[in-house]
Design a protein around this ligand. Structure first.
Ligand SMILES: C[S@@+](CC[C@H](N)C(=O)[O-])C[C@H]1O[C@@H](n2cnc3c(N)ncnc32)[C@H](O)[C@@H]1O
Length: 268
């Protein structure tokens, strides 16, 4: 990727603790879903596993426990937020410009990265990931379907909560689009894997969360990190502040963004 296309890399606060809180909240929201999916398909004990752009996710540790006689490598541009695990090899790596660690792999996991890449880089990256799969190997591509505007299930003032989530949805999507992020990618990943000859299973999962929990801390941190971008794309500062206060209110109940988990299997 031209890393300049990664919205959070571009944002001035990306290096402050807001970025780390965001990655932690992302892991807290999405790791249980990814874990459920990976446990469902199963991973052999001697599997060779690769996690791309691991962030603060614990998925590499889960794979290390499942593949207890295998190998796990986890990569990211920035290893600072990555969780350490004695059986996970961490590799500082740019997925667009760096050669992949030597394959083949029985499972490759990539979550919430490919949508940030320009289309040509995304396509080339996918080609390389598919080529690195062992026969019957699994490529797990996970993304969010942006559904913030319909998140609110319960709130002290439902109409005001809907208004704030709607304003955040619009401004955040505009900021992402401004960095080249394609909002259709979450769905189109299924086609991208299928057209590369993989047989694909997709599951869309959303869960219920209260204010202050990881799924609410995620937009809370994100709105702090990209505050200037949200203002530039039309969300007034006082609305951002009210939105962030609401996200900490235990009387707010939301459903998380729809998590789309695509698992493509290479033929044997
Ligand atoms: C939105 S976060 C997702 C983190 C993790 N996959 C998760 O879902 O919790 C995107 C991650 O991609 C990493 N990243 C961005 N561009 C990258 C690149 N070109 N190569 C490798 N990692 C990259 C960032 O450092 C960040 O950790």
């Amino acid at each position: 990727m031209s890393t300049s296309g990664y919205l959070f890399q571009d944002s001035p606060a990306a290096d402050s603790s807001g970025g780390a809180v965001m990655l932690d909240a992302l892991a807290g929201t999405y790791d249980p879903i990814s874990r459920q999916r990976i446990r469902h398909v199963g991973v052999r004990a001697d599997a060779r596993c690769l996690v791309i752009a691991v962030g603060a996710s614990s998925i590499a540790a889960t794979l290390a426990e499942m593949a207890h006689k295998g190998e796990v490598t986890a990569t990211d541009l920035d290893l600072t937020p990555c969780r350490r695990h004695p059986r996970v090899k961490l590799l500082r790596h740019n997925i667009v410009t760096g050669p992949l660690p030597p394959g083949p792999f029985h499972i490759i996991h990539v979550r919430l990265l490919l949508g940030h890449l320009p289309p040509d880089e995304r396509e080339a990256t996918l080609d390389r990931l598919v080529d690195a799969l062992a026969p019957e190997g699994l490529l797990v591509v996970e993304e969010f379907e942006p559904t913030w505007q319909t998140s609110v299930l319960s709130a002290p003032d439902l109409d005001e909560a809907d208004r704030l989530f709607g304003a955040y949805h619009q401004a955040f999507q505009a900021a992402l689009a401004g960095s080249g992020n394609d909002p259709r990618w979450g769905r189109r990943a299924h086609h991208a894997l299928r057209s590369r000859g993989l047989s694909v299973d997709t599951e869309g999962i959303t869960r219920t969360w209260a204010g202050g929990s990881p799924a609410c801390l995620l937009p809370h941190a994100t709105a702090g990190v990209i505050r200037d971008r949200l203002i530039a794309t039309g969300m007034p500062g006082p609305d951002i502040d009210a939105f962030r206060r609401l996200l900490l209110d235990p009387d707010l109940i939301v459903k998380s963004n729809l998590a789309l988990s695509h698992i493509g299997r290479r033929a044997g």
